[in-house]
Design a protein around this ligand. Structure first.
Ligand code: COI
Length: 352
């Protein structure tokens, strides 16, 4: 165990939060975890009141995108035990992202030790209602003050926690994008690097102007194979079989994606991870066999999709058919609040 210096706030804002009406991503809890990478090692792990950062304008993260992050959630049982879900997978993925972005990996005692101590300290901030949770945002930024393209020598690792409601409050409409691309095999699409999200904003804005909620990204070579939605991985139900794009290095190795696959297989469904083309989905929709589509991600949990468009082809999905998506959503939400026993062994109490 590492020694984490804890400085508590003298002015908690917990009482100001309306837990019955939580937006996503706007409210941070009282404290954050911070560690610095300097002289080749991680040091000075601490928990402090959330405060602004002071950065020199030439701080490298502000210029060349050497930033990575994770999205995780903590929940709480009826009897008040704070739970973390599959924390090791998030830690491993964070380090994979860091490696790809030429950033130092973070040892378990800093990442998981800091996370556990922070979640335990902030356990009163964990919402109790179904569909709400404490969103955890570990991230790392390059902090050298240097205007040159090179890996930074110093970094800051921070974990924020935010009580959140649903990311998408209702079923969403997707536009399959055939001009812009999110990522290409060999690029950084698999990493949770800030730039992947920044690059998606303009095409997403254009899609929103046409009445869609999100872009469904297609592959960068032929604009045919489904990738992901950017905020979520994607699943399609065709002929009663559940299809999801295989991991090809361009899409995120989603942890909720992995959970959904494990849940569905355990419940006896056939799940295929393979390349899926937009054309086969259009054909299946015409034949009446493409019945359901949903997204899976930490923030979004499971999000129903009621429309998918590609060029002038429009595919609508009846809310009555949201069967598989609701099954996965209810299972994850039930596991989170302890109303469904954790036969998967994904949850562990946060240790203070
Ligand atoms: C998450 O699902 O946690 C993500 O990181 C996606 C998004 C909110 C950026």
């Amino acid at each position: 165990m590492i020694d984490i210096k804890i400085t508590r706030t003298s002015k908690s804002t917990l009482h100001e939060v309306d837990f019955s009406n939580l937006p996503f991503g706007k409210i941070t809890s009282d404290h954050m975890f911070v560690a610095d990478y300097k002289d080749g090692k991680w040091q000075n792990p601490r928990i402090e009141p959330v405060h602004e950062l002071s950065l020199h304008p030439s701080t490298m993260a502000l210029h060349y995108g050497q930033t990575v992050f994770e999205g995780m959630k903590a929940s709480i049982t009826e009897d008040g035990v704070p739970l973390l879900m599959r924390q090791e997978l998030h830690w491993e993925r964070f380090n994979k992202s860091a490696h790809r972005m030429c950033m130092p990996e973070i040892p378990a005692d800093i990442f998981l030790g800091g996370l556990n101590a922070l979640v335990y300290l902030e356990k009163d901030w964990i919402p109790k209602s179904v569909g709400s949770s404490l969103y955890l945002r570990p991230f790392m930024i390059a902090t050298d003050a240097f205007i040159g393209v090179a890996p930074s020598t110093e970094y800051k690792f921070i974990i924020l926690t935010l009580p959140v409601g649903p990311y998408y409050a209702k079923p969403i409409k997707l536009l399959a994008e055939h001009k812009y691309v999110r990522a290409v095999r060999g690029g950084v699409g698999e990493a949770k690097n800030g730039g992947n999200y920044g690059g998606s904003l303009y095409p997403s804005k254009l899609a929103r102007e046409k009445g869609f909620d999100q872009v469904l990204w297609l592959d960068a070579f032929n604009y045919e194979e489904l990738q992901e939605v950017g905020t979520m991985n994607i699943f399609c139900v065709v002929n009663g079989k559940i299809l999801t794009p295989s991991l090809d290095g361009a899409i995120l190795d989603g942890i909720t994606r992995k959970c959904a696959i494990e849940i569905l297989k355990r419940k006896g469904f056939e799940v295929e991870e393979r390349p899926i083309t937009i054309h086969e989905l259009i054909d299946a929709h015409k034949a009446g066999t493409f019945t359901e589509m949903f997204g899976a991600g930490t923030a979004a949990v499971v999000s129903n999709i009621d429309k998918l468009c590609y060029k002038d082809v429009e595919m609508n999905f009846s809310h009555d058919n949201f069967v598989i998506s609701n099954l996965v959503k209810n299972e994850i939400n039930g596991l989170r609040n302890g109303s469904i026993p954790d036969v998967y062994h994904w949850f562990v109490p946060a240790k203070g």
